[in-house]
Design a protein around this ligand. Structure first.
Ligand code: FCB
Length: 447
């Protein structure tokens, strides 16, 4: 029988550019240096994780985590097309070996928002060569790091990347270009399918602690609960449904062989599904990133979409980013993911909360929702809190604090939050009770 205490993965998630530091060869670095971050900040040395990864992994292991989700930085591995950095591969290999020593099963993300500058300059994922290049990078990563990795995540939030880069202007190149958005969706799906097949086909003989674990490949997909501001408004209900279909559903449908096209409801356009993905399931699990809901408001404009999307209403509990705290939406999104009858990992869930006042409640309420979804039949296999450390929150800079450990950006000291202690206690108690999924539910109810 499977050891239930190890069966459920308790983790924390990070991404390369948000913590490592000194990533000066990607599109975000260039963008930061053009002054595009709202605060004018640059990622610079960031949390100095590059030099402190052993200490950081030790913090994760001391919480009792048994998994760690991180991403590789493509621009470090391949600073120029076809030129590979041994030093960078060795660093990631050491990171993975350190995870192994500490009992943290690695979940390796191949792409988390940043692109090598040489690739971004050619158009990033809107460039037709991007799937081929993504495939080449994946092949190298599999060859050099694959012997010790069972859990793979090809893309982080491809929908967020598309919207941020080509529609909403909050990620480089920050343009409004629906045609490029279509191309990026198509090429990202193609990249994903290439990587999915390649990992399964070319993974080297597995070694070490997790060598018998089956290889699982998926994506981390962001889901938002779209709700309406004026209940009863037919048009807003319709808009919320359109946004839900576009933002939440099309990627899930595309990677599970159910979609015929990416639907862009309000832009009156569509993107085709790559033929390799038609009618075929190209994931072994679904990774869900969930943070909040969005309130959809009908707002006719002379040009632009007839819609405003807002986060928290005045007075409503919200994070430092103004994202409303809405655990019910988490349960709802997990249930939707569960309908695909695949294993589900929560690959990200967390809150920006500088004082750590709201985070304990956020964590408990979201874990409660997760347990409810599990009791309702969703095959949940793991939960990764976002994030292990405070980090560089993209266009918002260093202001939002998502970490279980706070980072002092003057001296890089890490400080444990109360939430980290709570998370640790919950994990310990869950294990003590044999890792039975329902025991966590009982525990949470008793708090
Ligand atoms: C997600 C991103 C992650 C982080 C959190 C707050 O959309 O995947 O990098 O920025 O939001």
């Amino acid at each position: 029988m499977k050891d239930l205490t190890q069966a459920f993965l308790w983790g924390a998630a990070t991404s390369s550019h948000q913590i490592e530091g000194y990533n000066d060869k990607n599109d975000w670095w260039a963008w930061e240096n053009q002054g595009k971050i709202e605060t004018g900040e640059r990622s610079g040395p960031c949390t100095d994780h590059l030099n402190r990864f052993r200490e950081d992994l030790r913090l994760a292991a001391d919480l009792g985590l048994n998994s760690y989700r991180f991403s590789i930085e493509w621009s470090r591995l391949e600073p120029q097309e076809g030129q590979w950095s041994d030093e960078a591969f060795d660093w990631y290999f050491e990171l993975i070996e350190e995870c192994e020593r500490l009992g943290l099963e690695p979940m390796l993300t191949l792409h988390h928002f940043t692109l090598p500058l040489w690739m971004a300059e050619q158009g990033g994922f809107a460039w037709e060569r991007s799937p081929e290049l993504f495939g080449k990078m994946t092949r190298k990563v599999v060859e050099r790091l694959g012997s010790k990795v069972a859990l793979w995540c090809t893309l982080n939030e491809p929908m967020v990347l598309t919207v941020g880069s080509y529609l909403g202007k909050f990620m480089p190149p920050a343009i409004y270009d629906p045609e490029k958005a279509r191309m990026a969706l198509y090429h990202m799906l193609k990249s994903h399918v290439i990587a999915y097949d390649l990992i399964h086909r070319e993974i080297p003989a597995r070694k070490g602690r997790w060598k018998d674990n089956p290889v699982q490949v998926g994506i981390a997909h962001n889901m938002i609960d779209f709700t309406v501001t004026r209940s009863g408004s037919i048009i807003e209900t319709w808009l919320a449904e359109q946004l839900h279909q576009f933002y939440n559903m099309t990627w899930l449908d595309a990677i599970t062989g159910r979609a015929q096209r990416f639907r862009f409801p309000l832009l009156l356009t569509q993107a085709p599904i790559v033929s390799e993905a038609l009618g075929r399931v190209t994931v072994d699990y679904l990774g869900i990133n969930y943070y909040t809901r969005a309130q959809v408001e009908f707002a006719p404009k002379w040009n632009g979409l007839p819609v405003n999307i807002g986060f928290a209403k005045p007075g409503e509990p919200a994070s430092d980013l103004g994202w409303s705290i809405h655990p019910l939406g988490f349960q709802k999104m997990l249930k939707i993911a569960g309908q695909y009858r695949l294993p589900v990992y929560v690959t990200e869930n967390g809150i920006a909360d500088r004082t750590d006042a709201l985070r304990p409640g956020y964590l408990k309420d979201h874990l409660r929702s997760m347990i409810k979804a599990q009791q309702e039949g969703v095959d949940l296999r793991g939960y990764y809190y976002w994030s292990l450390l405070d980090n560089f929150e993209w266009i918002k800079g260093f202001g939002p604090r998502f970490g279980l450990f706070q980072v002092d950006y003057q001296n890089f000291a890490r400080t444990k939050t109360h939430s980290a202690e709570l998370y640790q206690k919950l994990i310990e108690a869950h294990r003590r009770q044999g890792g039975d999924p329902s025991s966590l539910g009982v525990l949470l109810e008793s708090l």
